[in-house]
Design a protein around this ligand. Structure first.
Ligand code: CAA
Ligand code: NAD
Length: 296
Protein backbone atom coordinates (compact mmCIF):
# COMPACT_ATOMS: atom_id res chain seq x y z
CA UNK A 1 0.00 0.00 0.00
CA UNK A 2 1.36 3.39 -0.97
CA UNK A 3 1.21 6.08 1.69
CA UNK A 4 -0.03 9.43 0.38
CA UNK A 5 -1.73 11.10 3.33
CA UNK A 6 -0.48 11.02 6.91
CA UNK A 7 -2.17 11.70 10.23
CA UNK A 8 -0.10 12.55 13.31
CA UNK A 9 -1.60 12.18 16.79
CA UNK A 10 -0.11 14.55 19.34
CA UNK A 11 1.86 17.67 18.50
CA UNK A 12 4.24 17.74 21.44
CA UNK A 13 8.03 17.38 21.14
CA UNK A 14 7.85 14.32 18.89
CA UNK A 15 4.55 14.77 17.07
CA UNK A 16 5.55 18.24 15.89
CA UNK A 17 8.86 16.91 14.52
CA UNK A 18 7.19 13.93 12.81
CA UNK A 19 4.53 16.17 11.24
CA UNK A 20 7.23 18.59 10.09
CA UNK A 21 9.40 16.01 8.32
CA UNK A 22 6.34 14.32 6.83
CA UNK A 23 5.14 17.61 5.31
CA UNK A 24 8.69 18.55 4.24
CA UNK A 25 8.89 15.22 2.40
CA UNK A 26 5.78 15.97 0.36
CA UNK A 27 3.04 14.19 2.32
CA UNK A 28 -0.27 15.85 3.00
CA UNK A 29 -0.20 15.77 6.81
CA UNK A 30 -2.95 16.37 9.36
CA UNK A 31 -2.12 16.78 13.04
CA UNK A 32 -4.52 16.05 15.89
CA UNK A 33 -4.26 17.42 19.43
CA UNK A 34 -6.47 17.44 22.49
CA UNK A 35 -7.01 21.20 22.61
CA UNK A 36 -6.62 24.29 20.39
CA UNK A 37 -3.96 25.54 22.85
CA UNK A 38 -1.88 22.36 22.43
CA UNK A 39 -2.27 22.60 18.66
CA UNK A 40 -1.14 26.20 18.67
CA UNK A 41 1.95 25.35 20.76
CA UNK A 42 2.85 22.50 18.37
CA UNK A 43 2.26 24.64 15.30
CA UNK A 44 4.54 27.30 16.78
CA UNK A 45 7.26 24.70 17.42
CA UNK A 46 7.15 23.57 13.77
CA UNK A 47 7.23 27.14 12.51
CA UNK A 48 10.21 28.00 14.74
CA UNK A 49 12.18 24.91 13.71
CA UNK A 50 11.62 25.61 10.02
CA UNK A 51 12.49 29.31 10.48
CA UNK A 52 15.70 28.36 12.32
CA UNK A 53 16.48 26.02 9.41
CA UNK A 54 16.02 28.88 6.96
CA UNK A 55 18.20 31.18 9.11
CA UNK A 56 20.94 28.51 9.16
CA UNK A 57 20.70 28.05 5.39
CA UNK A 58 19.54 24.42 5.79
CA UNK A 59 15.99 24.93 4.56
CA UNK A 60 14.97 27.10 1.60
CA UNK A 61 12.26 29.68 2.29
CA UNK A 62 10.08 28.12 -0.46
CA UNK A 63 10.58 24.68 1.11
CA UNK A 64 9.35 26.03 4.43
CA UNK A 65 6.25 27.54 2.80
CA UNK A 66 5.55 24.35 0.84
CA UNK A 67 5.84 22.25 4.03
CA UNK A 68 3.49 24.58 5.93
CA UNK A 69 0.97 24.44 3.08
CA UNK A 70 0.86 20.61 3.33
CA UNK A 71 0.09 20.74 7.06
CA UNK A 72 -3.35 21.04 8.60
CA UNK A 73 -4.38 20.95 12.25
CA UNK A 74 -7.46 19.60 14.00
CA UNK A 75 -8.98 18.56 17.31
CA UNK A 76 -11.58 16.37 15.56
CA UNK A 77 -10.75 12.66 15.17
CA UNK A 78 -13.08 12.42 12.16
CA UNK A 79 -10.67 14.55 10.11
CA UNK A 80 -8.22 11.60 10.11
CA UNK A 81 -10.72 9.18 8.55
CA UNK A 82 -9.06 9.11 5.10
CA UNK A 83 -5.37 8.99 6.15
CA UNK A 84 -3.31 6.10 4.73
CA UNK A 85 -0.97 6.13 7.72
CA UNK A 86 -1.53 7.43 11.25
CA UNK A 87 1.58 7.97 13.38
CA UNK A 88 0.75 8.27 17.05
CA UNK A 89 2.93 10.36 19.37
CA UNK A 90 0.75 11.00 22.42
CA UNK A 91 1.93 10.74 26.03
CA UNK A 92 3.70 7.53 27.10
CA UNK A 93 0.70 6.15 28.97
CA UNK A 94 -0.79 2.79 27.97
CA UNK A 95 -4.34 3.67 29.08
CA UNK A 96 -4.33 6.92 27.05
CA UNK A 97 -2.86 5.19 23.99
CA UNK A 98 -5.30 2.26 24.11
CA UNK A 99 -8.26 4.58 24.47
CA UNK A 100 -6.97 6.71 21.59
CA UNK A 101 -6.44 3.67 19.30
CA UNK A 102 -9.87 2.19 20.07
CA UNK A 103 -11.44 5.52 19.11
CA UNK A 104 -9.29 5.93 16.01
CA UNK A 105 -10.04 2.37 14.88
CA UNK A 106 -13.76 3.16 14.64
CA UNK A 107 -13.11 6.20 12.44
CA UNK A 108 -10.11 5.61 10.17
CA UNK A 109 -10.56 3.43 7.05
CA UNK A 110 -9.79 -0.24 7.73
CA UNK A 111 -6.90 -0.53 5.24
CA UNK A 112 -4.94 2.31 6.91
CA UNK A 113 -1.82 1.60 8.90
CA UNK A 114 -1.41 2.59 12.55
CA UNK A 115 2.16 3.26 13.72
CA UNK A 116 3.12 4.07 17.30
CA UNK A 117 6.10 6.23 18.19
CA UNK A 118 6.13 4.72 21.68
CA UNK A 119 9.52 4.52 23.42
CA UNK A 120 8.76 1.54 25.60
CA UNK A 121 5.19 0.25 25.45
CA UNK A 122 4.30 -3.07 23.81
CA UNK A 123 3.16 -2.66 20.22
CA UNK A 124 1.20 -5.92 20.50
CA UNK A 125 -0.72 -4.62 23.52
CA UNK A 126 -1.72 -1.39 21.75
CA UNK A 127 -2.64 -3.29 18.58
CA UNK A 128 -5.01 -5.41 20.67
CA UNK A 129 -7.11 -2.29 21.29
CA UNK A 130 -7.95 -2.26 17.55
CA UNK A 131 -9.47 -4.63 15.00
CA UNK A 132 -6.38 -4.30 12.75
CA UNK A 133 -3.43 -5.92 14.58
CA UNK A 134 -2.00 -6.94 11.20
CA UNK A 135 -1.83 -3.30 10.12
CA UNK A 136 -0.14 -2.08 13.31
CA UNK A 137 3.60 -1.38 13.72
CA UNK A 138 6.07 0.56 15.82
CA UNK A 139 7.74 3.54 14.13
CA UNK A 140 10.13 4.99 16.67
CA UNK A 141 11.65 8.36 15.75
CA UNK A 142 14.41 10.09 17.70
CA UNK A 143 14.53 13.54 19.22
CA UNK A 144 14.96 16.10 17.66
CA UNK A 145 13.13 14.37 14.79
CA UNK A 146 14.23 16.67 11.93
CA UNK A 147 17.91 16.15 12.84
CA UNK A 148 18.14 12.52 13.97
CA UNK A 149 18.58 9.99 11.18
CA UNK A 150 17.30 6.82 12.85
CA UNK A 151 13.86 5.22 12.89
CA UNK A 152 13.23 1.88 14.60
CA UNK A 153 10.61 -0.19 12.76
CA UNK A 154 8.99 -2.73 15.06
CA UNK A 155 6.99 -5.66 13.72
CA UNK A 156 4.94 -7.83 16.02
CA UNK A 157 4.17 -11.48 15.38
CA UNK A 158 0.91 -10.24 13.82
CA UNK A 159 2.17 -7.41 11.56
CA UNK A 160 1.62 -8.10 7.86
CA UNK A 161 4.89 -8.02 5.81
CA UNK A 162 3.41 -5.45 3.37
CA UNK A 163 2.82 -3.09 6.28
CA UNK A 164 6.45 -3.30 7.39
CA UNK A 165 7.51 -2.58 3.79
CA UNK A 166 5.15 0.41 3.53
CA UNK A 167 6.37 2.11 6.73
CA UNK A 168 10.00 1.30 5.92
CA UNK A 169 9.57 3.06 2.54
CA UNK A 170 7.86 5.95 4.34
CA UNK A 171 10.81 6.28 6.77
CA UNK A 172 13.25 6.29 3.84
CA UNK A 173 11.17 8.91 2.01
CA UNK A 174 11.58 11.09 5.12
CA UNK A 175 15.35 10.80 4.73
CA UNK A 176 15.67 8.45 7.71
CA UNK A 177 17.59 5.22 8.10
CA UNK A 178 15.24 2.47 9.31
CA UNK A 179 16.40 -0.45 11.44
CA UNK A 180 14.21 -3.42 12.36
CA UNK A 181 13.48 -4.45 15.92
CA UNK A 182 11.26 -7.00 17.59
CA UNK A 183 8.45 -5.97 19.95
CA UNK A 184 10.67 -6.04 23.02
CA UNK A 185 10.24 -3.28 25.56
CA UNK A 186 12.68 -0.45 24.74
CA UNK A 187 13.47 -1.99 21.33
CA UNK A 188 17.21 -1.60 20.60
CA UNK A 189 18.18 1.98 21.42
CA UNK A 190 16.27 2.55 24.67
CA UNK A 191 17.33 -0.89 25.90
CA UNK A 192 20.86 0.55 25.94
CA UNK A 193 20.25 4.28 26.44
CA UNK A 194 17.75 4.29 29.32
CA UNK A 195 19.97 2.44 31.87
CA UNK A 196 22.80 4.86 30.98
CA UNK A 197 20.82 8.06 31.56
CA UNK A 198 19.21 6.69 34.74
CA UNK A 199 22.66 5.72 35.98
CA UNK A 200 23.83 9.30 35.45
CA UNK A 201 21.15 10.43 37.94
CA UNK A 202 22.28 7.74 40.37
CA UNK A 203 25.88 8.92 39.97
CA UNK A 204 24.71 12.45 40.80
CA UNK A 205 22.75 11.21 43.83
CA UNK A 206 25.82 9.31 45.04
CA UNK A 207 27.99 12.42 44.77
CA UNK A 208 30.25 11.16 41.97
CA UNK A 209 30.29 14.66 40.48
CA UNK A 210 28.21 17.70 39.66
CA UNK A 211 25.68 18.00 36.82
CA UNK A 212 28.19 20.03 34.79
CA UNK A 213 31.10 17.68 35.45
CA UNK A 214 29.13 14.52 34.62
CA UNK A 215 27.86 16.16 31.41
CA UNK A 216 31.35 17.36 30.46
CA UNK A 217 32.76 13.95 31.34
CA UNK A 218 30.60 12.07 28.84
CA UNK A 219 30.86 14.77 26.19
CA UNK A 220 34.59 15.34 26.26
CA UNK A 221 35.70 11.94 27.55
CA UNK A 222 33.50 9.76 25.34
CA UNK A 223 32.63 12.04 22.44
CA UNK A 224 28.87 11.94 23.07
CA UNK A 225 27.12 14.89 21.37
CA UNK A 226 25.60 15.97 24.67
CA UNK A 227 25.97 14.92 28.31
CA UNK A 228 23.29 12.75 30.01
CA UNK A 229 21.61 15.63 31.90
CA UNK A 230 21.37 17.83 28.80
CA UNK A 231 19.89 14.81 27.02
CA UNK A 232 17.42 14.10 29.85
CA UNK A 233 16.28 17.72 29.67
CA UNK A 234 15.87 17.41 25.88
CA UNK A 235 13.87 14.16 26.04
CA UNK A 236 11.76 15.30 29.03
CA UNK A 237 12.19 14.11 32.64
CA UNK A 238 8.46 13.22 32.74
CA UNK A 239 8.65 11.14 29.55
CA UNK A 240 11.86 9.41 30.69
CA UNK A 241 10.22 8.67 34.05
CA UNK A 242 7.23 7.04 32.31
CA UNK A 243 9.63 5.03 30.10
CA UNK A 244 11.72 3.89 33.10
CA UNK A 245 8.62 2.75 35.01
CA UNK A 246 7.37 0.78 31.99
CA UNK A 247 10.78 -0.85 31.46
CA UNK A 248 11.16 -1.65 35.17
CA UNK A 249 7.68 -3.11 35.23
CA UNK A 250 8.60 -5.37 32.30
CA UNK A 251 12.09 -6.51 33.33
CA UNK A 252 12.16 -5.98 37.16
CA UNK A 253 15.82 -5.00 36.94
CA UNK A 254 17.25 -2.15 39.01
CA UNK A 255 19.01 -0.63 36.02
CA UNK A 256 15.60 0.40 34.64
CA UNK A 257 14.18 1.73 37.93
CA UNK A 258 13.71 5.51 38.15
CA UNK A 259 15.97 7.05 40.81
CA UNK A 260 14.22 8.90 43.69
CA UNK A 261 15.43 12.34 42.54
CA UNK A 262 13.76 11.80 39.18
CA UNK A 263 10.35 11.12 40.73
CA UNK A 264 10.63 14.26 42.83
CA UNK A 265 11.60 16.35 39.81
CA UNK A 266 8.55 15.11 37.89
CA UNK A 267 6.26 15.85 40.84
CA UNK A 268 7.77 19.34 41.20
CA UNK A 269 7.28 20.15 37.49
CA UNK A 270 10.99 19.98 36.57
CA UNK A 271 10.24 18.32 33.21
CA UNK A 272 13.30 19.61 31.35
CA UNK A 273 13.71 22.09 28.55
CA UNK A 274 10.01 22.05 27.61
CA UNK A 275 8.98 23.30 31.08
CA UNK A 276 11.89 25.75 31.32
CA UNK A 277 13.52 23.83 34.17
CA UNK A 278 15.04 20.40 34.63
CA UNK A 279 18.62 19.53 35.48
CA UNK A 280 19.31 23.00 34.07
CA UNK A 281 17.44 26.28 34.48
CA UNK A 282 16.55 27.60 31.02
CA UNK A 283 15.39 31.04 32.16
CA UNK A 284 19.01 32.21 31.87
CA UNK A 285 21.45 32.04 28.98
CA UNK A 286 23.54 29.91 29.07
CA UNK A 287 21.31 27.52 31.06
CA UNK A 288 22.51 27.15 34.66
CA UNK A 289 22.72 23.73 36.40
CA UNK A 290 20.19 23.25 39.22
CA UNK A 291 22.26 22.26 42.21
CA UNK A 292 19.46 20.24 43.88
CA UNK A 293 21.66 18.13 46.09
CA UNK A 294 23.92 20.83 47.55
CA UNK A 295 23.41 21.54 51.25
CA UNK A 296 21.23 24.64 51.77
N1 CAA B 1 16.75 23.01 10.64
C1 CAA B 1 17.61 22.34 9.84
N2 CAA B 1 18.85 21.98 10.22
C2 CAA B 1 19.25 22.33 11.45
C3 CAA B 1 18.42 23.05 12.34
C4 CAA B 1 17.13 23.40 11.89
N3 CAA B 1 16.29 24.09 12.64
N4 CAA B 1 19.08 23.25 13.50
C5 CAA B 1 20.28 22.68 13.35
N5 CAA B 1 20.39 22.13 12.12
C6 CAA B 1 21.55 21.44 11.56
C7 CAA B 1 22.80 22.27 11.73
O1 CAA B 1 22.94 23.19 10.69
C8 CAA B 1 23.86 21.21 11.74
O2 CAA B 1 24.11 20.79 10.42
P1 CAA B 1 25.62 20.35 9.95
O3 CAA B 1 25.93 19.11 10.75
O4 CAA B 1 25.45 20.09 8.50
O5 CAA B 1 26.48 21.52 10.28
C9 CAA B 1 23.19 20.05 12.46
O6 CAA B 1 21.78 20.25 12.29
C10 CAA B 1 23.51 20.02 13.96
O7 CAA B 1 23.03 21.22 14.55
P2 CAA B 1 23.86 22.15 15.55
O8 CAA B 1 25.27 22.28 15.07
O9 CAA B 1 23.10 23.40 15.78
O10 CAA B 1 23.77 21.40 16.91
P3 CAA B 1 24.65 20.23 17.48
O11 CAA B 1 25.85 19.96 16.66
O12 CAA B 1 24.81 20.57 18.90
O13 CAA B 1 23.68 18.97 17.34
C11 CAA B 1 22.01 17.50 18.07
C12 CAA B 1 22.40 18.95 17.89
C13 CAA B 1 21.84 16.84 16.70
C14 CAA B 1 20.67 17.49 18.78
C15 CAA B 1 23.13 16.78 18.87
O14 CAA B 1 23.38 17.49 20.05
C16 CAA B 1 22.75 15.37 19.24
O15 CAA B 1 22.82 14.44 18.43
N6 CAA B 1 22.34 15.17 20.52
C17 CAA B 1 21.93 13.86 21.00
C18 CAA B 1 20.47 13.70 20.73
C19 CAA B 1 19.99 12.33 21.08
O16 CAA B 1 20.68 11.48 21.64
N7 CAA B 1 18.71 12.07 20.75
C20 CAA B 1 18.06 10.83 21.05
C21 CAA B 1 17.27 10.99 22.33
S1 CAA B 1 16.53 9.46 22.83
C22 CAA B 1 15.15 9.34 21.88
O17 CAA B 1 14.81 10.19 21.11
C23 CAA B 1 14.35 8.08 22.04
C24 CAA B 1 13.39 8.01 23.13
O18 CAA B 1 12.49 7.16 23.02
C25 CAA B 1 13.46 8.82 24.35
P1 NAD C 1 5.00 15.48 24.86
O1 NAD C 1 4.54 15.50 26.28
O2 NAD C 1 5.94 16.52 24.38
O3 NAD C 1 3.74 15.49 23.88
C1 NAD C 1 2.66 14.63 24.00
C2 NAD C 1 1.47 15.32 23.36
O4 NAD C 1 0.38 14.40 23.25
C3 NAD C 1 0.94 16.51 24.19
O5 NAD C 1 1.00 17.68 23.38
C4 NAD C 1 -0.49 16.11 24.53
O6 NAD C 1 -1.40 17.22 24.52
C5 NAD C 1 -0.81 15.15 23.41
N1 NAD C 1 -1.90 14.21 23.69
C6 NAD C 1 -2.17 13.56 24.84
N2 NAD C 1 -3.25 12.75 24.66
C7 NAD C 1 -3.63 12.90 23.36
C8 NAD C 1 -4.66 12.33 22.57
N3 NAD C 1 -5.51 11.44 23.09
N4 NAD C 1 -4.75 12.70 21.27
C9 NAD C 1 -3.88 13.59 20.73
N5 NAD C 1 -2.88 14.17 21.45
C10 NAD C 1 -2.77 13.82 22.74
O7 NAD C 1 5.61 14.03 24.64
P2 NAD C 1 6.66 13.56 23.54
O8 NAD C 1 8.01 13.68 24.11
O9 NAD C 1 6.32 14.16 22.24
O10 NAD C 1 6.33 11.98 23.51
C11 NAD C 1 5.27 11.47 22.72
C12 NAD C 1 5.54 10.00 22.46
O11 NAD C 1 6.78 9.86 21.75
C13 NAD C 1 5.65 9.13 23.69
O12 NAD C 1 5.13 7.86 23.40
C14 NAD C 1 7.15 9.07 23.92
O13 NAD C 1 7.56 7.95 24.66
C15 NAD C 1 7.65 8.99 22.50
N6 NAD C 1 9.04 9.43 22.28
C16 NAD C 1 9.53 10.51 22.95
C17 NAD C 1 10.84 10.93 22.71
C18 NAD C 1 11.43 12.13 23.39
O14 NAD C 1 12.65 12.32 23.28
N7 NAD C 1 10.67 12.94 24.10
C19 NAD C 1 11.62 10.24 21.76
C20 NAD C 1 11.07 9.16 21.06
C21 NAD C 1 9.77 8.75 21.34
Amino acid sequence: MEVKSVGVLGCGLMGSGIAQVSAQSGYSTIVLEVSPEALQAGQKRIDQFLSAGVAKGKVRAEEKQAALSRLSFTTDFKSLAGCDLVVEAVVEDLAVKKETYARLDRIVKQESIFASNTSSLSITEMAAATHRPGRFVGLHFFNPVPLMKLVEVTRTIQTEPGVVEAVTSFARALGKTPIQTSDRTGFIVNRLLVPYILDAIRALEEGAGSITDIDQGMKLGCGYPMGPFTLLDLVGIDTTYFIANIMFDEFRERRFSPPPLMKRMVLAGFHGRKSGKGFYDYSVEPPRPNDFLAAR
